[in-house]
Ligand binder design. Sequence first.
Ligand SMILES: C[S@@+](CC[C@H](N)C(=O)[O-])C[C@H]1O[C@@H](n2cnc3c(N)ncnc32)[C@H](O)[C@@H]1O
Length: 471
Amino acid sequence: MVEDLKRVRLHQASFLEDVAVLEEGSHSDLNARQLNIFNSPKKGGSAESDAQPYLKKLGIEIIENRQPIQFTPNVNERIHRWAPYVQGFSASFVQSIFDQYKNEYANPIILDPFSGCGTVLVQSKINGFPSFGTELNPLLQFIADVKVNSWDVSPTYLIRTYHEMPKDRRSPAPSFLQSTSHFNPGVLKNLELLKGGIESIKSRSDKTKIKNLLKMAFSSILIDCSNLKRSPCLGYAKSKRVYDDTPLVLLEQKVTQIADDLKLIQDDYSNFIHTESHIALTNAMDFQHNQQFDLVITSPPYMNGLDYVINYKIEMGWLDFVENQVDLKKIKDDMVVCDNVSKGLIRDFSESRSSYSNDWLEEIRKNIKANIKRRGAYRRHDMPYIVHKYFDDMYKVMKNVVSSLKSGSRFILVVGDSLIADVYVPTDLLLARIGLDLGLEIEKIEKARVRRSGQIRSYKLRESILTLIKR
Ligand SMILES: C[S@@+](CC[C@H](N)C(=O)[O-])C[C@H]1O[C@@H](n2cnc3c(N)ncnc32)[C@H](O)[C@@H]1O
């Protein structure tokens, strides 16, 4: 009852938010965005009703199964908390999947084609399950790899190495980033000294893992030391105060936390320390796995979601994974598309002949195109092709994954739908349909969370858990 009331209030609040945007200007001087909201037939609408025709065609219903699915609680979970990450999902969600299928798979082999910072792989290893992943962002692949492959490091040796690091070697901030506006001068100097200290640790076999743990720890404090915040996109934080010694304080805290977790791991999971976990730095669209999987648990990028490269450019630059903007763009262009990719990439896609499509996608593409034309102004005129490329990219990933599935295995995707130029895009149902095209069955689709559209705040979208099964 209380929850229902809260939901009603939230919905009223978002409706009022749409109205507030409109009231910012008189009817005659509304800007393009305000006008679009004013004229939108989707105000106060919901994915629930817009999904009905698609659900009817698939012959299924969506099951309500609200649950905390986001990364936030991981900040208190051992290992998961080693690096902050806003786009991951919660360790408890992954555990709930393992628990759900524990009688069906005795010792499952797990895959996450979009590994991110390794939530699925870390949780697999905690359960003693071998796990594999692919990830295109070199920073995230590095973090995930360090999280799963450092369990045998001596916590005391880690702390000692950290304290013995030279304190007087300065290694310059990445030249292509605007570090003098990202950091206060005293903070910047201390970060350069810490970077220099870590780099001077010799990469001998007994020190390589320790050096990597320290690099990961260093990357994890950078945003907290900066004048920026990630909420979830990277931007300046106006009222944030950072002190000159913040890098020293935060790094010490982080290294202590990692050492504490290593002690716990070595006490509680000693049998699993060498359980296989491997994350390849590669494209999930074409990587050939050489084993077959029982469970695939993953969360693909959301179509109009975050930019997984620009959002992590500070850490990628400071850890020397990229040297310039061109490096960043190259990584981004290979990823499953998001809505701020380069226009050239989309133009090339629109001119290419071979791409996945179906009647739903064609209809959606046509409607987005017509709505953008009617409106006259839209953030990106190539949006119909961005949407199409998203599903073409996802088709390639899913096809690749399906070729490595054992019979009886499950392919579980956590995904959010979208509202684009007043056209509802049922991402979960379109991915379910791709699954059918690839010979899988839809076992269930659960609604885990209600989200609000970024365009029309009063429009209710959903985050779903799609479970496909290979018979
Ligand atoms: C939603 S995040 C996954 C987060 C992950 N579940 C976690 O908890 O850390 C999606 C990830 O897919 C990665 N990615 C995007 N396109 C990719 C591709 N073609 N191949 C491999 N990884 C890709 C992004 O870099 C991002 O880390």
